[in-house]
Design a protein around this ligand. Structure first.
Ligand code: FE2
Length: 418
């Protein structure tokens, strides 16, 4: 017998805490065998030289509809979230389905080349023609042979800021969005914000969808919609199907209140997504000194047993003119800004851009390097998670659905002594 493809001499990351050296054989789209030495030949074989072979990166929070629009129609000079929202309001007047598709696919290719094979994107559903959503639903279909894409119906301008927004959100779900979004801290009033969270849950239950709410993305310690999300998750029993994105205000809550919230979180099993590159950039803008870091309590949430993953959030858009799509850049920033520099903490930050993201997206059943699972895996240029983040290792090879999808040749520098 023979296999379609064999990767030999892999330092295999099978589950977060188990690494071993093994060969991995692929047949068709599946992982067919894993053993210290596979005797049967493969039609194609690669010796990966003891480098880390990992499940692919998961981008759990990105806005593909606005990606690659930085500077259009003008740059964000203040660098704030709210100037970003007003620039996007101008830019989205000229959106077309083709424009969205072209930029989204270009971004997904950029991501795939860097080892990302699962992406959750938000689609702004606050404009009357739902162009961003239409474009991203078409993209989901167009890339499905090499990338798993989830689309969130995201009411960027609020569910209750205009009479039609609530209907647009429901229409977006009916059209096929995978996830229901919300933005309670951006609604006009606290009451509207609470109502919007309840509406998000109602729609998710009605249409059997996941939930991912932009929650408390502000430095205001009075922004307390996370408690509403958690209470709804506990009462509805939706638990792990619910995600709170950003929750930057959590970093500004007094400890007495944060502790109370931590207790409740243990019961809710909701997921958290932090966006370290964006949070450190957008938050703290109204502070003088001391200046807040503006990122949620990642380390404490992780220690408390919550599932935390990281997103890139923006790639060259009105909120953030930088961004490469590289999840190791995101994890590297998290190590610094969350002060997670201990070895187990660095490993945890790697998990937050891989397996934890898969849990957030509810795709964990067919994620990971196990016999019988779909053959999605990446080969790095280093031997472990710590080195992957330290070196922001290139991803040498990306295998998607059993096939080689992308390759990167690591740059070589030469030092000429004397
Ligand atoms: Fe976002």
């Amino acid at each position: 017998m023979s296999y379609d493809l064999i990767l030999r001499n892999c330092r295999l990351l099978r589950s977060p805490d188990v690494t071993e050296t093994a060969d991995v054989a692929l047949s068709g789209k599946k992982i067919a065998a894993i053993a210290p030495r596979i005797e049967a030949p493969g039609e194609t074989e690669y010796d990966v030289g003891g480098n880390l072979v990992s499940p692919p990166f998961v981008e759990s929070h990105i806005h593909l509809d606005s990606a690659l629009t930085a500077g259009e129609p003008r740059p964000n000079e203040s660098g704030t979230l709210f100037e970003g929202i007003s620039i996007w309001e101008e830019r989205k007047k000229s959106l077309t389905v083709e424009d969205v598709k072209k930029r989204a696919i270009a971004t997904l290719k950029l991501q795939a080349q860097q080892g990302i094979l699962f992406v959750r994107t938000h689609a702004d559903v606050s404009e009357s023609n739902l162009i961003a959503l239409r474009g991203l639903l078409e993209v989901r279909e167009a890339v499905k042979d090499w990338m798993t894409l989830q689309v969130v119906a995201f009411p960027q301008d609020g569910i209750y800021s205009r009479p039609e927004n609530e209907l647009l959100l429901e229409k977006a779900i009916e059209m096929g969005a995978d996830v229901v979004g919300g933005i309670p801290h951006y609604e006009f009033t606290r009451e509207d914000g609470v109502k919007s969270v309840h509406r998000t849950f109602e729609l998710a239950e009605k249409y059997d969808r996941l939930i991912d709410i932009h929650c408390d993305e502000i430095d205001d310690e009075q922004s307390r919609f996370l408690e509403v999300v958690v209470a709804c998750a506990v009462r509805s029993g939706l638990g792990a199907r619910v995600t709170a994105s950003h929750t930057t205000a959590f970093a500004s809550y007094p400890n007495a209140y944060a502790l109370k919230l931590m207790g409740l979180l243990g019961r809710s099993r909701i997921n958290f997504i932090a966006n370290p590159l964006i949070n450190i950039t957008l938050q703290g803008r109204t502070d003088t000194y001391p200046k807040r870091r503006g990122i949620t309590r990642v380390k404490e949430l992780w220690k408390n047993g919550s599932n935390v993953s990281f997103g890139h959030d923006c790639i060259r858009d009105p909120w953030y003119g930088l961004g490469t799509g590289n999840m190791l850049d995101v994890a590297h920033m998290a190590v610094h800004v969350c002060q997670m520099t201990g070895l187990s903490e660095i490993d945890a930050c790697y998990d937050m851009v891989t397996g934890n993201g898969a849990k957030t997206l509810s795709v964990e059943n067919d994620y990971g390097i196990e016999v019988g699972k779909t053959a999605n895996l990446i080969v790095l240029n280093v031997g472990n998670r710590y080195e992957a983040i330290r070196m922001r290792s290139p991803v040498r090879q990306v295998f998607s659905r059993g096939k080689l999808l992308a390759e990167t040749k690591p740059v070589q520098s030469i030092f000429y002594d004397g």
